[in-house]
Design a binder for this molecule. Structure first.
Ligand code: ADP
Ligand code: MG
Length: 227
């Protein structure tokens, strides 16, 4: 538990540094974009290939701007619309959103939702975003025709929990420790902000999320909420 606490502090520090840097980059970036627009109006006709270079600069500064927006959104405390409701209903909504994708890739899906769970205060839209992120990551980690996605809910002690497991490629210890950090990604097209967002949503609900994984075996995420 001590180790978990240190880990949580390290991660929230990483988030804080990332947010500070993001804010600090945003102002100069805005100035740069404004100056660029001004410049573009004045020199375009006189310099050969100027338009090409302008569009390259524009594309890249837009990209940085988008990354910063995504980063800030991924770790900004969520303003939740909390409604006491059955967690299973929300889980079922999220599953509905990926069912086609699972079928398409011929993946098995196992659902084991606990009966008579106490209702908890949830923002269904935000929870759908969180669960969808976990499901899509799981699908991306598994091979078609061999994938098994398992989702279960239960009452464990005084907490309501959700387990999301896959039998995909898994993660080594080092990568596992970076999983929730902003921009950590193992994908060429990934943003690495999905799990930062998920953690932010769960924490905004006063819940916890943790991951266990083994290379070649798969990964399990456990989300838990106080009653
Ligand atoms: P992204 O999906 O954009 O890369 P995420 O924050 O959602 O960003 O995930 C970060 C990284 O964590 C992924 O790129 C992947 O390497 C790893 N990861 C996440 N979920 C799983 C999983 N279920 N199995 C294996 N690796 C995973
Ligand atoms: Mg993702």
């Amino acid at each position: 538990a001590d180790k978990e606490l240190v880990q949580a502090e390290k991660l929230s520090m990483t988030g804080k540094i990332a947010r500070t840097i993001a804010h600090e980059v945003r102002n100069p970036l805005t100035n740069l974009t404004l100056a660029l627009d001004q410049l573009r109006d004045e020199v375009t006709d006189e310099i050969e290939d100027a338009n090409l270079y302008f569009s390259i600069i524009k594309r890249n500064s837009d990209r940085i701007g988008q990354l910063i927006t995504d980063l800030l959104n991924s770790s900004k405390p969520k303003d939740l619309k909390l409604v006491r409701q059955p967690l299973n209903d929300v889980v079922n909504q999220s599953i509905g959103l990926v069912r086609d994708r699972l079928n398409l890739q011929n993946m098995e899906f196992h659902e084991n939702l606990g009966q008579d769970l106490p209702e908890i205060a949830l923002d269904a839209d935000q929870m759908n975003i969180a669960l969808l992120n976990l499901f899509i990551n799981a699908i991306e980690a598994m091979k078609p025709d061999q994938g098994q996605l398992k989702v279960s809910t239960a009452l464990e002690g005084d907490r309501v929990v959700v387990h999301v497991s896959d039998n995909g490629k898994g993660l080594n210890k080092e990568d596992l420790s970076k999983l929730f950090e902003p921009f950590f990604t193992g994908k060429t097209e990934g943003t690495g902000l999905g799990l930062t967002t998920v953690q932010n949503i769960i924490r905004s609900h006063k819940g916890n999320i943790r991951a266990e994984s083994e290379v070649g075996k798969g990964t399990t995420f456990t989300i838990s909420f106080p009653l």
